[in-house]
Ligand binder design. Structure first.
Ligand code: ATP
Length: 221
């Protein structure tokens, strides 16, 4: 067992647009779980999405602006470059091949995502490739029975496992979420209201400059 294993965490999302909820969560996870790297992983826009999302390139640019002065956070844009359907397992396979077997990879997700994990493409492979860090809100309960409960009890781990093993553990972390969502930000802009103080100024300036998320009812930010 190598206690000096390098640890890399991934925080996925559509980031349409990225906001302080995402950034704060990623930073807190990095600090609390002592990851060597925290990479924000923008996903290719899911086809079923109903909201007026913007292009991958805009989402990439906004994320780059959001983290440009924050050396603790990085972006991994491989899913945008790959395009097409985004499967986490493909991303993890690619990263594992790139980083080798000794690096520890942690994929961070909310409890809601964990609850649907067994519907994910080749989900059984995920824990062979990475750890899962599951973020729960204070007061929320983990499932007590069913496939996910079994998975949790089989793979349950503590923070130290993230450095001692390269993959295979599920670490649950309770954390408060800032009450911000990208949906709300898009709605505010579409109605001509300002989303200021919910996301970095540089991202807001980009949105204004490129006139993103507006509808026919134009308005300023
Ligand atoms: P949308 O409103 O468009 O669904 P979102 O704001 O929920 O977007 P996503 O890009 O879908 O953002 O989420 C990326 C990741 O960030 C997910 O793991 C999600 O659980 C998490 N997340 C979303 N909002 C917050 C928040 N306010 N605080 C912490 N994490 C968040």
């Amino acid at each position: 067992m190598n206690s000096l294993r390098r640890t890399i965490a991934l925080f996925g999302g559509t980031f349409d647009p990225v906001h302080f909820g995402h950034l704060r969560m990623a930073l807190e996870l990095k600090v609390a779980l002592e990851f060597d790297e925290m990479r924000l992983l923008p996903s290719h826009q899911p086809r079923h999405r109903q909201t007026p999302g913007v292009s991958s390139e805009h989402r990439r640019q906004m994320l780059a602006l959001a983290i440009r002065d924050c050396p603790q956070l990085a972006m991994d844009d491989r899913e945008l470059r790959r395009g097409g359907a985004t499967y986490t397992v493909d991303t993890l396979e690619e990263l594992r091949a790139e980083l080798g077997d000794s690096v520890s990879i942690s994929f961070c997700m909310g409890l809601d995502s964990l609850l649907t994990l067994t519907t994910w493409h080749r989900w059984q492979r995920l824990l062979e490739l990475a750890h899962l860090v599951v973020v729960t809100r204070p007061g929320w309960h983990l499932p007590g029975e069913g496939e996910v409960a079994e998975l949790l009890s089989k793979h349950s781990g503590e923070q130290h496992h993230l450095r001692e093993q390269a993959s295979g553990r599920i670490v649950v972390r309770e954390q408060t979420l800032l009450p911000i969502s990208a949906t709300r930000i898009r709605e505010l802009i579409a109605r001509g209201h300002s989303p200021r103080f919910l996301l970095p100024d540089a991202v807001l300036e980009y949105i204004e400059d490129k006139r993103l998320y507006r509808t026919a009812a134009e308005g300023g930010c």
